[in-house]
Design a protein around this ligand. Structure first.
Ligand code: SAH
Length: 242
């Protein structure tokens, strides 16, 4: 099954962009996934082909029109999830990425200017997704981020190199540190345990390192990891001592 991506944008030239190279590019060429970048302006109806207008209530910048965006959405929407990139959206997570990658694909709406007329979100079932707490100039780079994260999980894209299971976020922890040759570089050596050939010992060391780095860099992830671990595996929750 091909993972079908449709991107609604004022800048279709930005696609596939970086996703045309490396593993994602090869997978695109092989038909593991498909990408349709749609020019929103083609759905404008006035003679100037306008897609935006000044904000109601005043203020800086321009707002994307609900009617034009709805026409673009309605022409392409199907059973795939419909996502708009917005800074107000739910932060993108590896879990959401994995769910999307297991589905038929995604349609992504890219905002520009100050944003999108609220009535579009009120009138259509659109999932708003943010790629982080900072402001981009448009949703296109966000769409590339989301698609990159999905495509690398598609069967066959990464080969046997990694099942992804041990990577950052998959287990709720950040990843352990990596090393490769040369054995010594600028006086620094590779940790002895990694050269021991003792796979159980190596696995234990990596787990411990992942816990240390997560606890120090991302206390929020660590709290959740610990919390998840003390939950009973299924069924009724045990009452914890206060
Ligand atoms: N005025 C808005 C920012 C608009 S930025 C605000 O203050 O919230 C223009 C467009 O870039 C947005 O419509 C959105 O599509 C995209 N964008 C900006 N930051 C983003 C982020 N963190 N995640 C996803 N999309 C983002």
């Amino acid at each position: 099954m091909t993972f079908a991506a449709t991107v609604l944008t004022l800048y279709p030239e930005m696609f596939p962009g970086p996703l045309g190279l490396s593993l994602a590019g090869r997978a695109l060429a092989q038909g593991t996934w498909s990408l349709d970048a749609v020019q929103i302006r083609d759905f404008a109806t006035d003679k100037h082909r306008s897609v935006d207008d000044t904000p109601a209530g005043g203020g800086a910048g321009m707002v994307m029109r609900a009617d034009v965006l709805a026409a673009a959405i309605d022409a392409h929407a199907d059973d795939r999830p419909l996502i708009a990139m917005t800074p107000r959206g739910a932060p993108l997570t590896q879990k959401r990425v994995r769910d999307l990658a297991e589905g038929p694909g995604v349609t992504i709406l890219c905002g520009r200017f100050e944003g999108i007329d609220q009535r579009l979100f009120d009138a259509r079932a659109i999932e708003e997704v943010s790629i982080g707490d900072y402001v981009l100039s448009g949703g296109e780079v966000g769409a590339l981020v989301l698609l990159d994260a999905c495509v690398r999980l598609l069967p066959g894209v990464m080969g046997a190199a990694s099942s992804g299971d041990e990577e950052s976020f998959e287990s709720g922890l950040l990843e352990y540190p990596h090393y490769t040759r040369p054995f010594e570089w600028e006086g620094r050596t590779i940790p002895e345990v990694l050269r021991s050939g003792d796979h159980a010992k190596i696995a234990a060391w990596r787990k411990a390192e992942a816990e240390v780095v997560t606890r120090s860099r991302r206390p929020d992830l660590w709290e959740r990891h610990i919390g998840a671990r003390v939950q009973p595996p299924s069924g009724a929750r045990q009452k914890k001592d206060e």
